[in-house]
Design a protein around this ligand. Structure first.
Ligand SMILES: Cc1cc2nc3c(=O)[nH]c(=O)nc-3n(C[C@H](O)[C@H](O)[C@H](O)COP(=O)(O)OP(=O)(O)OC[C@H]3O[C@@H](n4cnc5c(N)ncnc54)[C@H](O)[C@@H]3O)c2cc1C
Length: 330
């Protein structure tokens, strides 16, 4: 069993590394590696990914394990499962971390099953117990509570981390590259990605955005959602929505924040005409600053926000958007 802490890189559609990987590397270095006297390592899985290793070194990876294989193209979860499980069995790391992305939610539980490891998802804090077992915090019960969970003394200890929970911090290293080949056979890959169609959007992805502006049922129509898009653009924020707004057809499902939508953790969350139901709060309650705009002074959201503006969105949003534009873009 080694003392290595692994961070598995999450890749975007364009093949670049997601910010959450740098956040995880930085927090693992600050909180875990020194205390257990171990090494910080990156893991790169994919097709044509070898050239990305130096980027992990920029955030402190001293070693990078690379599995570069055509079968891992398009983030095939079957391939990722086999590749990571084989690497773990061979090198026996102490801790394995990945970003809490859709892909990780798909393949990491399968890896944990194969290597018989404990796994917690969506951590917002990483730490160690006095005897150096991984201890994490995560939201539970619709974000009403923060749960602290520690691993038993059984390695590896595996977790995913929520994007935007930790500060990325450079720590330049020249990592040793360990190229690994994995023997895939016909029983390893059960699904095949036939096609990937990228949606055209200049907006930042919701789960990684530093700022989010969301609209609720109070917007009243798809046309009125332009107020949300305009304010989001002024803030350089990602637009989001409640389930009620999505169900009413005002905007697409991929904008939904909440229990049955996406979990976000931006520095700023602006909730416009949103009542503040617990199912919505569970997806955005960890935002650093929450601003609510609602015409009902008794709306529950006002008990959960940092700043509340009571008024009609149709009167408030146009001048607010203009002011934000002036402040941030002029
Ligand atoms: C199993 C389950 C899962 C769910 N998952 C989710 C989820 O993932 N995400 C989610 O969001 N919800 C989810 N819901 C639904 C959730 O319970 C709420 O119904 C929903 O969040 C309410 O959305 P809303 O705040 O937009 O609408 P409402 O509760 O109808 O609130 C609209 C608000 O707009 C305000 N308003 C109206 N007009 C104006 C105006 N002109 N100016 C200012 N304010 C105005 C009103 O005062 C009101 O507070 C789920 C529910 C269940 C049962």
């Amino acid at each position: 069993m080694s003392n290595e802490v692994w961070v598995v890189a999450d890749l975007k559609l364009d093949g670049s590394i997601r910010k959450v990987t740098f956040e995880a590397l930085s927090e693992a270095r600050r909180k875990l590696v020194g205390k257990i006297g171990g090494n910080l390592c990156g893991v790169l899985l994919g097709s044509g990914v070898s050239n990305l290793a130096p980027e992990l070194g920029k955030y402190g990876a001293e070693k990078v394990y690379v599995v570069d294989n055509e079968l891992l193209k398009d983030s095939n979860p079957d391939g990722y499962t086999k590749a990571l499980a084989d690497l773990i069995k061979k090198y026996e790391p102490y801790i394995v971390i990945a970003g809490n992305t859709n892909l990780a939610e798909d393949y990491l539980p399968r890896v944990a099953g194969r290597v018989q490891a404990g796994l917690t998802m969506d951590s917002i804090d990483l730490d160690l117990t006095d005897d150096n077992r991984l201890k994490i915090q995560r939201y539970s019960h619709s974000s009403k509570v923060i749960s602290t969970q520690e691993f038993l003394d059984h390695k590896p200890m595996m977790t995913t981390v929520r994007p935007n929970s930790f500060k990325p911090e450079e720590d330049q290293k020249d990592p040793e590259i360990v190229n690994e080949s994995v023997d895939f056979n016909s029983e390893d890959i059960w699904t095949n990605v036939v096609e990937i169609k990228a949606k055209k959007s200049d907006l930042p992805p919701l789960t990684e955005a530093d700022r989010v502006v969301s609209g609720g049922r109070g917007l009243g129509s798809e046309e009125n959602f332009k107020y949300i898009y305009e304010l989001a653009e002024a803030f350089d924020a990602a637009p989001g929505a409640t389930r009620a707004a999505v169900d009413a057809g005002y905007c697409p499902y991929d904008m939904q924040v909440g229990q049955t939508g996406k979990a976000v953790s931006p520095n700023l969350y602006v909730a416009v005409a949103i009542s503040g139901a617990i199912q919505h709060f569970s997806g955005m309650g960890s935002s650093k600053v929450i601003v609510a705009i609602n015409k009902d002074p008794d709306a529950p959201i006002f008990k959960k926000c940092d700043y509340g503006i009571c008024g009609d969105l149709f009167e408030l949003l146009p001048p607010l958007t203009d002011e934000v534009k002036k402040l941030l873009q002029d």
